[in-house]
Design a protein around this ligand. Structure first.
Ligand code: CP3
Length: 320
């Protein structure tokens, strides 16, 4: 899950003080940072070190990722004039460093590399709000007041995600994850109308390349069926509902990903272990399960607890 690396001392040692955009633009550094949690934890797949706002940054939308805050936009998206600031992405010219990082990783890894993109709704929320938001007021106002502009924006962001994902797959990413982290802010009806069509376009188009597609969001218990229908092979589940319940909400042929509460990792190991066992019990031996956290790793998480989690899950796998 996102930011497994940022709790690691070896990450802080190499990351430096600058913007994450600078670290992402340095392929040797981005390769090393992707590999750090693999070496430390022995997990079963690697996730590319990049960010969901990297393509928008690369085409010059004017945003930075501020440590401790997240993506911050200089001039937020307001009107149809701003569509011109979202030209198509040319991955080989605009993000050659991402592709070089993937080339390095594919040569080095003996486990699959997961590529990713931000879903149009979640990326739009950053571009419109200008910074992380709890209420998404501007985003919701724009989508309901100016639906034509909203759908034009969604379409640009879908194309940005598609082009980026296609280039990642062409360079050897073996699965992709579409992060619609903040889709849970929408009612099911609004998700279906305003967010789902553009995500479906991304998932359907990238599905043509044949790689498995993971579709993730937070607080999306009421949206899981729609997120599956959008074209996901794997649906991410946060910790708010048990996997057994999530399974009743998605078609039987889909896998689930999740769903240990990352905030529980601060508790003593016996408690963490019981929570991990609870996730595994709720999955009940179903073959379609990627064990994961329900969301990103908190920076103050003790890496030795995560080591134990991975070992415990692997031990379960080898006895069942
Ligand atoms: O685990 C990984 O490091 C994989 C690479 C990755 C990052 N961001 C690196 C990163 C991935 C897959 C992401 C996705 C991402 N970025 C999402 C979707 C996933 C999710 O968590 O819901 C979102 C919403 C973002 C936007 C973003 N970038 C936020 C909210 C932050 C946190 C700001 C902070 O410092 O608290 C970032 C910064 C960021 N992206 C870090 C990392 C490792 C934090 C540390 C740093 O700046 O070095």
């Amino acid at each position: 899950m996102r930011q497994a690396g940022r709790s690691l001392p070896e990450y802080r040692a190499v990351r430096g003080e600058g913007s994450i955009n600078d670290a992402i633009a340095n392929p040797d550094l981005a390769t090393e940072i992707t590999l750090q949690p693999i070496r430390r934890y022995g997990v079963d797949a690697a996730i590319l070190y990049s960010d969901i706002v990297t393509p928008a940054h690369a085409i010059g939308f004017g945003l930075d990722v501020v440590p401790g805050i997240g993506p911050v936009v200089e001039k937020p998206f307001e009107s149809s004039d701003d569509l011109a600031r979202l030209r198509p992405l040319d991955p080989e010219a605009d993000t050659p460093y991402v592709l070089e990082t993937i080339d390095n990783l594919v040569a080095e890894l003996d486990i699959p590399l997961i590529g990713f993109a931000g879903a149009p709704f979640t990326v739009a929320s950053y571009l419109i709000e200008g910074r992380p938001s709890r209420t998404y007021q501007r985003t919701k106002a724009l989508m309901k007041t100016h639906p034509d502009l909203w759908f034009a924006l969604m379409d640009r962001l879908a194309d940005l995600a598609i082009t980026s994902l296609q280039s990642q797959v062409a360079h050897g990413a073996e699965a992709i994850q579409l992060f619609d982290s903040w889709a849970g802010a929408l009612s099911a009806a609004d998700y279906e109308r305003y967010a789902m069509p553009s995500s479906a376009k991304v998932l359907e188009t990238i599905g043509e390349s044949g790689v498995p597609r993971i579709h993730f969001g937070v607080g999306t218990g009421e949206l899981l069926g729609l997120m599956a229908d959008a074209g996901a092979d794997v649906v991410g589940v946060d910790w708010r509902i048990p996997l057994a319940e999530a399974r009743t909400r998605v078609p039987a042929d889909r896998a689930l990903q999740g769903n240990l509460d990352p905030a529980i990792l601060g508790a003593p190991w016996e408690i963490v272990r019981d929570e991990v066992d609870g996730v595994l019990a709720s999955n009940d031996g179903h073959p379609g399960h990627i064990f994961n956290l329900g969301h990103g790793v908190q920076p103050d998480t003790d890496p030795t607890v995560l080591e134990k989690v991975v070992d415990h899950v692997h031990a379960y796998r080898s006895t069942s």
